[in-house]
Design a protein around this ligand. Structure first.
Ligand code: AMP
Length: 400
């Protein structure tokens, strides 16, 4: 069975085609700069690879270009789109009602469109690609949508409510939603498998540390808290996003610099975080490089980042009352041994102790354990695979 996973952004469309029997990635890549000059990346399992500019006026053009690569010439992996048995769409925000993986229907698409204000940059593009697929593929092609917010819907009210007048929650759905749910769900399930334990008996903290970062408390396989909130800016300092900020500081800045709401919104999501503090870059590799050359602002950004991660780990362990496993994932979590080490500094007393050698020697792209033999908490590095999780959820829904 072939499952096509689609992840649309406002000007991008990422894709991966799986042969599910052996989880082989037949082809994958992305289109970028849709509506601008257009660019496509395509790789197939036989080693064919291309990265080229091509006009992509809209998502439909991008989608057609991907289908062309999949079905024709040297890049071909299937004879026709009819060989795609199912499609799994990723949607960032399901709003209040859309939670679990759901079959795509016109009603579901319209609900996502009605909820567009929750994730204005993504929702309309994602709904548009779903409309396109419903139109292009026969009714026999099963289509599912998996929500990034879905996994966190098990959070209790004490974790998801803000201290605002209650009617904002009732009337506008203002609450903590949490993000990266597909990733937290995937790595927590993988962690339980690696540990050979039933996930229902485990208390875990999963740290998705990438360009966007979030930390999640997973109790018995269910998310009970997440550092990202109403939107994906809350929580810990990220590449260009602030993480948690006192809202009165933003009101003060807006008044002082006569900034509009849109300008503030741009500043907190695109000019802040590690980039904002370091003044160098949002990319961790640049930060590590600058730190090696003695750059103090880079070191300061890293200290803020690791301190905040430690605070979340500590508070979630206490919120759950115990901790069995700590998991690192995503670009930084999988690759930065120094950030992992800094994130668990001074935690030996609480049973979290990593083995420095195992931590340094973690092989890129591989799952592994980095805790010391006498660590009460098992510390794992697990590469995230959101696309595979979407494909698996799509197949599970199809067979339900
Ligand atoms: P993601 O959003 O998961 O793709 O993660 C992107 C972040 O991971 C960027 O800050 C990258 O600098 C960081 N990253 C990727 N590879 C490495 C690496 N080998 N060492 C350190 N950081 C990395």
């Amino acid at each position: 069975m072939n499952v096509f996973v689609l992840n649309a952004g406002s000007s991008s469309l990422k894709y991966r085609l799986y042969r599910m029997e052996d989880q082989l990635v037949l082809a994958e890549g992305g289109t970028e700069r849709i509506g601008l000059d257009g660019r496509i990346k395509y790789t197939n399992h036989r080693g064919f690879s291309v990265k080229t500019d091509c006009p992509l006026p809209d998502h439909e053009a991008a989608f057609n270009e991907i289908i062309k690569y999949l079905t024709t010439g040297e890049s071909k992996v299937i004879d026709s789109p009819a060989e795609i048995n199912a499609i799994g769409h990723r949607v960032v925000h399901g709003g209040v009602r859309l939670v679990y993986p759901t079959e795509v229907t016109m009603d579901v698409i319209e609900e996502i469109e009605r909820n567009r204000d929750f994730a204005p940059l993504h929702s309309m593009a994602q709904a548009g690609v779903m409309r396109l697929c419903l139109k292009m593929f026969p009714a026999s092609t099963f289509e599912a949508v998996v929500f990034d917010t879905g996994f966190h819907q098990t959070m209790p009210p004490e974790a998801y409510l803000f201290g605002l007048p209650y009617h904002y929650f009732k009337d506008y759905g203002i609450r903590r939603y949490g993000f990266h749910g597909i990733s937290h769900n995937y790595v927590s399930e993988r962690a339980a498998k690696l540990l050979g334990r039933d996930i229902h008996d485990l208390k875990m903290i999963t740290c998705h540390l990438g360009n966007g970062s979030s930390i999640c408390a997973v109790d018995g396989g269910r998310s009970i808290d997440c550092s990202m909130g109403f939107g994906p800016v809350d929580g810990i300092v990220m590449g260009t996003r602030t993480g948690q900020v006192d809202p009165t500081a933003l009101i003060y800045i807006a008044k002082k610099d006569h900034m509009t709401i849109d300008e503030i919104s741009d500043m907190i999501s695109k000019q802040s975080g590690v980039l904002g503090i370091s003044g160098i870059s949002s990319d961790d590799r640049d930060i590590e490089n600058a730190m090696e050359h003695g750059n103090e602002q880079a070191a300061l950004a890293r200290r803020v980042q690791s301190y905040q991660i430690r605070k979340y780990i500590g508070s979630y362990a206490f919120a759950m009352g115990d901790l069995d496993a700590l998991v690192f994932t995503a670009g930084l979590g999988e690759n930065s041994a120094s950030l992992r080490a800094a994130s668990v500094e001074k935690m030996e007393h609480y049973g979290i102790k990593i083995d420095p050698e195992k931590n340094e020697k973690m092989i890129r792209g591989k799952e592994g354990e980095i805790s010391a033999p006498d660590s009460a908490v098992r510390v794992l590095v697990i590469p995230t695979n959101e696309e595979l999780k979407i494909a698996m959820d799509t197949v599970a829904l199809m067979h339900r």
